[in-house]
Write a protein that binds this ligand. Structure first.
Ligand SMILES: Nc1nc2c(ncn2[C@@H]2O[C@H](COP(=O)(O)OP(=O)(O)OP(=O)(O)O)[C@@H](O)[C@H]2O)c(=O)[nH]1
Length: 408
C-alpha cells in the first residue's frame, strides 16, 4: 500500500525522486500500523505476566506514543505548524521516554520520571521558543536530538550494566546504539548546515536515510521488546520449574539436573559424589506450637544456613516438607562428615528469634562412578532413617558408622 505523499504532506511537491520518498513514507505508516499490533501483544504480555516481567506495559505505551507522533507528522500542512510541530515532537519524546522507563523497570531499577519530565518538558518549551519567538529550525532539530540522545544513552547504560550476556541484549543494545547515532548525526548536521538537509519533510539524502533507518529501527525495537520479554519469561519459568518457591533453593527436579551435570564431572575424575539427606527433627511440633507461617520461616532460615555452610560448588535442595538434600561433588563419605557437623553447628549457633531446631543427617557417597541418584538417595535416606531411630540430632554414614552430634 502506497500513501501518496502529496495528500498526506501537502507542503511537498512531487519530484524526480518521488518513488524513493513514497517508499519512505509508506514505510513510516507500515511501521506505525505494525507498532500498534506489536503494542497490543505487549499489552497482553503485560496483563498476563505483570509481576514476572516488568516494564512491558510502558514499552507498549511508548510504541503507541510513537505512532501518535507519526500521525502528527503526517498532519503537518493540514494542522498549523504551531500545533503539529510541538505535538509530534512531544509525542515522540514521550514514546522514547516511556520506553526508557520500561527498560528501567525491566531491569528492576527505579523509574526516572523526573528525568523523563525534565527532558520532554524543557525540549517542548525550547521548541515553542524556536518556533514562535525566534523561529529557528536548526536549533529545534538540535535541541530535539539532544533530548532524544539523553533518553537513548540512559537505556544503553542500563543494558550494559544489567543486560544478560545473551543475543537478546546484544540485539537491543545494537538498536539503541543505531538510534543514538542517528539522532547525534542529525543534531550535528542541523547545527553545521542551515537545517534544510535535516528537514524530514524535504527531500534530501540525509532526511530520507534518517527516516528510512529510524523507522526500521523503531519496528525492530518493538520486536526486541517482545524478544526480551519472552526471554525473561523463559528464565522465570525455568527458575520456577527447578527451584522451591518457599526457600528459593533447588527443588527435586533442579537437584536432579545438577546431579546429572556433576555426575559427568565425576566420571571425568571429580569423584566421588557425596549426598547428605537432612531432615528437621520434630518439625511438626514447631508448626503446632508457633503456627505454619513461623514453620515456613524456619524452613527458609535452615535453607539459608545450610547453603552458607556448604562450599561454592555444593548445592542444597528442598525435596519437600522439612527434608533437604545436599550434593557435595568430589567428596568421600568421610570428608562429608565435617560438612555435616558444620551444618549442625551453624543451626545450633545461629542467633535468631526463630524457634531452635536440630537436624538429623544421613550421608552416602558413590560406591562407583556409575551409581545413579536414586540408588545414592536410597542409601542416604536409609542412613537418615537410622539417625532418626537412634534418637535424632545425629549424623549417620550409609556404611553404618554413627557419630554423635557435637551438639549432644
Ligand atoms: N510450615 C511448613 N510446614 C510444613 C511444610 N511442609 C511440610 N510441613 C510440615 O512438616 C511436618 C512434618 O512432620 P513429620 O513428618 O511428622 O516430621 P517431624 O515432626 O519433623 O518428625 P521427625 O521427622 O520424625 O523428627 C508436618 O507437620 C507438615 O505439615 C511447609 O512447607 N511449611
Amino acid at each position: 500500500m502506497i500513501f501518496p505523499r502529496t495528500n498526506l504532506f501537502p507542503g511537498q511537491r512531487a519530484c524526480s525522486d518521488q518513488m524513493r520518498s513514497l517508499d519512505v513514507f509508506t514505510l513510516m505508516f507500515m511501521t506505525a500500523f505494525t507498532c500498534v499490533g506489536m503494542s497490543m501483544i505487549m499489552f497482553s504480555v503485560h496483563r498476563s505476566f505483570r509481576s514476572e516481567v516488568q516494564g512491558v506495559g510502558h514499552w507498549a505505551w511508548g510504541q503507541l506514543a510513537m505512532v501518535l507522533a507519526v500521525l502528527m507528522l503526517a498532519l503537518r500542512g493540514t494542522l498549523p505548524d504551531v500545533l503539529s510541530v510541538p505535538a509530534s515532537n512531544a509525542a515522540l519524546l514521550w514514546g522514547i521516554g516511556l520506553s526508557m522507563i520500561g527498560t528501567q523497570l525491566f531491569y528492576g531499577q527505579a523509574a526516572s520520571w523526573r528525568l523523563f519530565h525534565i527532558v520532554w518538558g524543557s525540549c517542548f518549551i525550547g521548541i515553542l521558543w524556536w518556533l514562535l519567538v525566534t523561529p529557528d529550525f536548526a536549533m529545534r532539530v538540535a535541541l530535539y536530538s539532544c533530548a532524544e540522545l539523553v533518553l537513548h544513552l540512559v537505556q544503553l547504560r542500563l543494558v550494559v550494566r544489567y543486560g544478560e550476556r545473551h543475543f537478546t541484549s546484544y540485539f537491543f543494545f545494537a538498536l539503541l546504539l543505531v538510534q543514538a547515532a542517528l539522532v547525534l548525526i542529525r543534531g550535528v548536521a542541523a547545527l553545521v548546515s542551515d537545517g534544510a538537509s535535516v528537514d524530514l519533510l524535504k527531500s534530501s539524502a540525509l532526511a530520507t536515510s534518517y527516516l528510512a533507518i529510524s523507522n526500521l529501527v523503531i519496528l525492530l525495537l518493538s520486536v526486541a521488546f517482545l524478544v526480551l520479554a519472552s526471554r525473561r519469561l523463559q528464565l522465570v519459568l525455568e527458575q520456577r520449574s527447578t527451584h522451591d518457591p518457599l526457600t528459593g533453593i533447588l527443588n527435586r527436579r533442579g537437584f536432579g539436573e545438577f546431579f546429572g551435570r556433576k555426575q559427568i564431572h565425576a566420571r571425568q575424575g571429580d569423584w566421588p559424589l557425596a549426598i547428605l539427606a537432612l531432615d528437621l527433627d520434630h518439625f511438626k511440633a514447631v508448626n503446632d506450637r508457633y503456627g505454619h507461617a513461623m514453620g515456613d520461616r524456619v524452613l527458609q532460615h535452615v535453607a539459608t544456613l545450610v547453603q552458607q555452610a556448604l562450599r561454592e560448588r555444593d548445592r542444597v535442595a528442598r525435596f519437600g516438607g522439612e527434608e533437604f538434600v545436599a550434593l557435595l561433588p568430589g567428596t568421600s563419605a568421610k570428608d562429608a562428615i565435617p560438612v555435616a557437623l558444620r551444618i549442625q553447628a551453624a543451626l545450633r549457633d545461629a542467633v535468631s528469634e526463630l524457634p531452635s531446631c536440630t537436624l538429623s543427617i544421613g550421608i552416602a557417597s558413590q560406591s562407583s562412578e556409575l551409581e545413579d541418584l536414586d540408588s545414592l538417595l536410597a542409601r542416604a535416606d536409609a542412613a537418615l532413617y537410622r539417625a532418626k531411630a537412634e534418637g535424632r540430632n545425629r549424623i549417620v554414614l550409609a556404611d553404618e558408622a554413627v557419630l554423635r552430634c557435637v551438639a549432644g
